[in-house]
Design a protein around this ligand. Structure first.
Ligand code: TPP
Length: 368
């Protein structure tokens, strides 16, 4: 079915928001989402936040060596995850997408396995922490280079189109990534091919210490879509319903043959860029505090309360349950132990080459 009228308009001056700071629905169309679904959004955001808090403990106790805090990104991440067909569509995420992993259904145990780099990691601890992936859930493994996954996301979308699979390729990245050549080349290729791809920028206004004003002179990231001849949507990424509804529509748009779109979701990161960053050197405590007062979880809590879907008792039960799940998953992951050293020779190629076989034998000898 080809649809040519859509609810949301591209290139809006103000970010699209559907719920205001007080938790009131302010859109001009009915909300019509079932209570269980709405509560599920809240649950996923809370799970993502609690995971972020757990990661801080992992780094402080030396159990992991690197974290990329995602607190403040939850609404956008959960909105994106719920808008795509999980396990059918493909997701090309980046290193700050742990909340997205949770909402996609990646088990906590796998997430911790990757963070610990141990045997609970399906990828055998091959990469530094914060680089998850999931073959089972069609989640392309994170690569450190900030826009290197854009061309593969475009390529996957072109393949989906050629094979008529009805899938969509959804790709996330930060504002800093939008300055990369690969970013332009990848999106341009997808646009030229009319491929079912959605490129979603989680714009937190900083690329490590570099403010967005030093990244681009463009008014918005969404405006960059003009260069490709595709629509660019500007969204309040601290509003989970705006993130969800816009993503749902643009994914449907891409799926029904209208080609790629670019979505800019405005978020804020409460933590430092990573565990190797001192954010107070480039932004004030006051700025962070002010952003925390616009917290996406609190805003959605107010919304749920107004809908009669939230109370303190439920919140406490939910928190206790999520915390128990997280603690148990961490324990289970830790109990899996180390990845055998010789696994470093696995998976370079499907069949190891003669030199890998030789090197493996040398290391095996050393380990005896
Ligand atoms: C190609 C490349 N250049 C530089 C880096 C170093 N680097 C790591 S994260 C980062 C900033 C990315 O910022 P942004 O895309 O805004 O995402 P955020 O971390 O803010 O979520 C940079 C420059 C990298 N990983 N890859």
């Amino acid at each position: 079915m080809i649809k040519d009228s859509w609810t949301f308009k591209p290139f809006t001056d103000r970010p699209i928001a559907l719920v205001d700071e007080q938790g009131s629905w302010v859109a001009d169309f009915p909300m019509e989402l079932p209570p269980d679904f709405l509560r599920g959004l809240y649950r996923d955001m809370l799970a993502a936040r609690l995971l972020d808090e757990k990661f801080v403990i992992l780094i402080r106790t030396g159990k992991t060596s690197f974290i990329a805090p995602h607190a403040g990104h939850e609404a956008a991440q959960v909105g994106i995850a719920q808008a795509l067909q999980r396990g059918h569509d493909w997701l090309f995420p980046y290193y700050r997408d742990m909340g997205l992993m949770v909402a996609m259904g990646v088990p906590f145990k796998e997430i911790f396995g990757q963070m610990l780099g141990n045997a609970a990691d399906p990828a055998k601890g091959r990469q530094m922490p914060s680089h998850p992936g999931s073959r089972a859930l069609n989640i392309f493994t994170v690569c450190s280079a900030i826009a290197s996954h854009i061309p593969p996301a475009a390529g996957a979308a072109i393949s989906m189109k050629l094979q008529g699979t009805g899938q969509v390729s959804v790709c996330t990245f930060g504002d800093g990534a939008t300055s990369e050549g690969d970013w332009y080349a990848g999106i341009n290729f997808a646009a030229v091919q009319g491929a079912p791809a959605v490129f979603a920028c989680l714009n937190n206004r900083y690329a490590i210490s570099v403010d967005l004003s030093h990244q681009t002179a463009a008014h918005t990231i969404a405006d960059k879509a003009h260069a490709f001849g595709i629509p660019g949507y500007h969204v309040d990424g601290m509003d989970v319903l705006a993130s969800y509804f816009v993503m749902r529509e643009v994914i449907e748009r891409a799926r029904s043959g209208h080609g790629p779109v670019l979505v800019e979701l405005e978020v804020y990161r409460y933590g430092p860029h990573s565990s190797a960053d001192d954010d107070l050197r480039y932004r004030s405590k006051e700025e962070v505090e002010a952003a925390k007062r616009r917290d996406p979880i609190e805003r959605f809590r107010r919304f749920l309360e107004k809908q009669g879907l939230w109370n303190l008792e439920w919140e406490e039960m939910l928190r206790a349950d999520l915390k128990a799940q997280i603690d148990r998953a961490l324990e289970e992951a830790e109990a899996m132990g180390e990845v055998p050293a010789l696994a470093m020779f696995d998976d370079v190629f499907a069949e190891p080459t003669w030199n890998l076989i030789e090197q493996r034998a040398l290391v095996q000898e050393e380990l005896r």
